[in-house]
Design a protein around this ligand. Structure first.
Ligand code: CA
Ligand code: CA
Length: 246
């Protein structure tokens, strides 16, 4: 969405920070400003197959206008992976959940959904932009719960991987599973959180001796005594009411 002002063409940007609500702020559209386009919709897809998402904007709600295609010109040496799960009939598997595990940045999640916007439809592909990170393991869960997992080799980085519908539940290719830091493989080919507090009882330093297991990691906090009915908060800086089961 854009609007014209005396200062130029402005639109809205959305950015996300972990653990916080999305931040919505007005930004200058810069080179993406289209003063004459009757904008009606947009879709992100890898239009030219170079592994970077391009933006296609359709125009002309009430009259003919050409499409606009914006190509990304930064980050051309970053790693990426595109994953296409299929249904048992070979169609794009809408509703499939794809989790990609990496060496440094933990798991990345994509849902292959309907992806539809007004007069546009997103591609049914799980696209992962990885920066300098390397993918190691891939899990796909189809609607209905059937699941498969496989290793991702170095030679498969920066490519598109097709995932066919498994012949049987829990079909797993390659038993050498590398889940990345903070995760470990279970017996069914899934990557699960490693409980560092149990695996390494002395993992926390003396000044913060209490270990709190977290998804993909752990935290250490100081000991704190609380009155009956209260418990330390996550950081050990205050006492809060205990959660009780009804
Ligand atoms: Ca592209
Ligand atoms: Ca953990």
């Amino acid at each position: 969405m854009t609007r014209s002002t005396r200062r130029g063409q402005w639109g809205w940007g959305v950015s996300r920070q972990e653990g916080a609500d999305p931040l919505i702020q007005e930004v200058n559209a810069g080179d993406a400003a289209e003063r004459t386009g009757q904008g009606t919709g947009a879709a992100a897809t890898d239009f030219d197959g170079d592994g970077m998402l391009d933006l296609i904007i359709s125009h002309g709600e009430s009259r003919a206008q050409p499409l606009s295609v914006f190509k990304v010109t930064q980050g051309t040496d970053n790693n990426w992976l595109r994953v296409i799960p299929r249904t048992r009939f070979g169609a794009f598997a809408r509703g499939a959940k794809v989790v990609l595990y990496t060496r440094r940045t933990g798991p990345h999640l994509r849902i292959v959904d309907g992806g539809s916007g007004y007069l546009c439809e997103m591609e049914p592909v799980a696209h992962f932009g990885l920066g300098k990170d390397i993918a190691t393991h891939l899990e796909v869960t189809w609607p209905g719960g059937i699941f498969t997992s496989r290793a991702v080799s170095l030679s498969e980085m920066n490519s598109t991987i097709e995932i066919s519908y498994p012949q049987q539940q829990g079909e797993t290719r390659n038993l050498e599973i590398e889940c990345g830091e903070g995760f470990t493989a279970d017996g069914n080919g899934r990557c699960i959180d490693a409980d560092e507090c149990v695996q390494f009882p002395a993992v926390c330093p003396r000044e913060k001796p209490t270990c709190i297991n977290m998804y993909g990691g752990y935290k250490c906090r100081p000991n704190k005594r609380c009155n009956q009915g209260y418990e330390p908060n996550e950081d050990g800086t205050a006492c809060v009411g205990e959660c009780t089961n009804p």
